[in-house]
Design a protein around this ligand. Sequence first.
Ligand code: ATP
Length: 610
Amino acid sequence: MQPKEFTPMQALRRSVTMVAQAAPMELRNIALLNLLTGTGPSISLFLGKVVIDEASGIANGNVANPIQALLDNSLLFWCVLVALSLNLIVDSVDAIGTSLFAALRDRVEGYCRGRVLEKVAGFDDIALFERPDLLNLLELSEKGLGRMQRLAFIVAALIMGLFTLVPSVLVSVSIAGWVPLMLLASSAPSILVEMRHHRKSWRVEETQAGATRRKHIYAKAITSEDYAKEVRLFSIQDILLHRWQGLFDQTFRSMQRVRYEGAFAVVMWALVGGLGVALPYIYVVVGVLGGQFTLGDLALYTGIILQLRRSLYLLIGNTGDIYDVALATAPIFQLLDLEPQLHTGSQRLRPLATAPASEPGIIVDQVSFAYPGADKATLHDISFAVRPGEMVALVGENGAGKTTLAKLLCRLYDPTAGQIRWHGQDLRRLSLPELRSHIAVVMQDYARFPATLRENVGWGYLPKLSADGAIANSLREAGIDTLLTELDHGLDTPLGKQLEDGTDLSGGQWQRVAIARALMRLGEADLLVFDEPTAALDPKNEQEIYAIFRAIAQGRMAVVVSHRLALAKLCDRIIVLEHGQIIEQGNHDQLMALQGQYHLMFTRQASSYL
Ligand SMILES: Nc1ncnc2c1ncn2[C@@H]1O[C@H](COP(=O)(O)OP(=O)(O)OP(=O)(O)O)[C@@H](O)[C@H]1O
């Protein structure tokens, strides 16, 4: 799962295609509008020249009725009328432009963000959320999404620049062939300087991606409800603020240095570009004095030279920006092209009856595992079996590798070495959606979905999302059906403080809701994976949940990760892990008789309850 490299040109091509796909209608309408507003000023200048030449021809001081003179000269009359109408139209369509641009921005945002969300949601594995380099990629894609909206504006501005440039070039050629060439040549260095500046800025943003992400983490720790209580109780606001400020200063300083350098270079080259305007300008003024050009020409040509320069700047500025966009949007395409680490297999899960005689249940066969990017393995050569009807406990000290093993059983990761087989089939060959539909999980860090009670439970088994009876049953089995009467809107009460009118639950209640969600799957699930399922429950409720687990594990395979050895004691087999290795295995009595690590842990825990 290594991100591909993109050249700026490749990223630019993909970005332009994406913008065109996102808002084809808005782009077309903006192009039409720009055709009008871009060519309008050149046409106005030309009409102005005719008006000046015609008016100065008539205005010799002997015109008795100037209005009649205007009406009599049809060229003058029509030029005045068209120039005024054109100005009126150009001014009035400006307002349409504002709403078209707003629609363009929203469409591009919706389409591009939608594609990114779709991609992230479609990842079957969780490495994307656990690898710092991929988290940085997510951070950079977020910046890229902002730049994608800018690209839409740049494309519109370039269209505008071109529509202004073409008539300006055509008119300026009539002054002298060298005029547009000179303006172009004197502006060219600015393009290169802008591009270099953008490349440098992006390099800084890239190298600061980690710092920017950490900055967001500290900002979140200050503003998020999850940390609010402890931040205050331990008075760590200042530490977090200080860290955020430090990272902000660091990223700001690096960017500011590049900005100053860039601004200086751009200004210097803009001054050089000014010379390119001065010479043609003087040439026209001298031409008027020498009788080569008329007064109308003076107005037209000086206006057109300045306009040509402006349109060149519009194009130069936006070409520089387009380079910046190309660099900044590359992470979006790196993310969109990211190959998931896990691939679904095609086989259907074989029924128990057809499993090979030696292979019923789940066999963990010499499994080792290292987290992506980690230099040390977390699990070493793990082998054990969970037979149908068996409840197996994974115990061990913090960091021993229990949760990691639970993640491998649910195929959130694949083993680095060895195999996990289910009724004789390697998990990697099974269809992932099918595999996961046969597993009911309660994770240690279970989700508290900002959704209704119905959804928090019903999302465990979508076909029964509207089946009030089934959801109520799961809540009852998880011992939390009192919520149905306690909550104002019963199943349809929004849960979580993030939601308007949301009701928050206690930690233990949320844990029971997570258990109820897993219970919704019981119709299909053959494997139950419970990782610290009772951590938030009091001892009385814990005992009650143990009894529920035992009951639902009947006839299924169950793996329970727990520090509560009272729960482990109820299991058919206990696997003791230490530093990612199995050090003991057996039932409670066998392990107690062994007088090893389990015995030590159990007696310590039992004595602490006395
Ligand atoms: N996403 C990850 N990337 C890299 N290392 C990880 C990741 N998750 C866990 N680890 C490391 O793997 C080791 C085992 O972690 P694991 O969560 O499996 O332990 P555990 O036995 O469940 O611990 P606990 O009882 O505290 O929940 C730890 O050293 C941990 O630092």
